[in-house]
Design a protein around this ligand. Structure first.
Ligand code: AMP
Ligand code: ZN
Length: 140
């Protein structure tokens, strides 16, 4: 399904032009218009999924294979030193465009990209119980 009000549906399906790095029948990979670093790209499914919670297993499985192909080629071409692969879900997590996408962010020695947090300490008093409860939900 496409969403006629969604800009990434339009870009992914070629109705709005983009700088396309890769395309197949399910995905388009484009350059981000506000790049964190040179080569910052977005993996866009051609079907509309708001974010990971509604993403189909078929698209989920293929998305990482495409990310792998693209970062490999980009590393050779751009001679970057590493990659961050990032995917935001919901506003609190930084999602601003509500069509599933994966960020591919090339990293260069000495760059100014910041994707950091302050590590805290795992709460060991609840960790085992919480892990078990989540595990049970996965099996449902
Ligand atoms: P997020 O904050 O994870 O939802 O990421 C949205 C990303 O889409 C941002 O990095 C924007 O710079 C990028 N973006 C928004 N509109 C466009 C567009 N028309 N073409 C390419 N990238 C876009
Ligand atoms: Zn969409």
């Amino acid at each position: 399904m496409k969403d006629s009000n969604c800009i990434f549906c339009k870009i992914a399906n070629g109705e709005i032009p983009s700088y396309t790095i890769y395309e197949d029948n399910m995905f388009r990979v484009i350059f981000d218009l506000g790049p964190a670093s040179k080569g910052h790209a977005l993996v866009l499914p051609k079907e509309h999924f708001k974010n990971i919670f509604s993403l189909s297993d078929e698209y989920a499985a293929k998305a990482l294979i495409i990310a792998k192909k693209v970062v490999t080629a980009m590393t050779e071409e751009l001679e970057c030193d590493g990659f961050n692969i990032l995917q935001n879900n919901e506003e609190i997590a930084g999602q601003t465009v509500f069509h599933f996408h994966i960020h591919l962010i090339p990293r260069y020695k000495g760059d100014d990209v910041k994707l950091t947090w302050n590590p805290t300490e795992l709460d060991k008093s609840t960790a085992e119980q919480t892990a078990k409860k989540i595990s049970e939900r996965i099996k449902k």
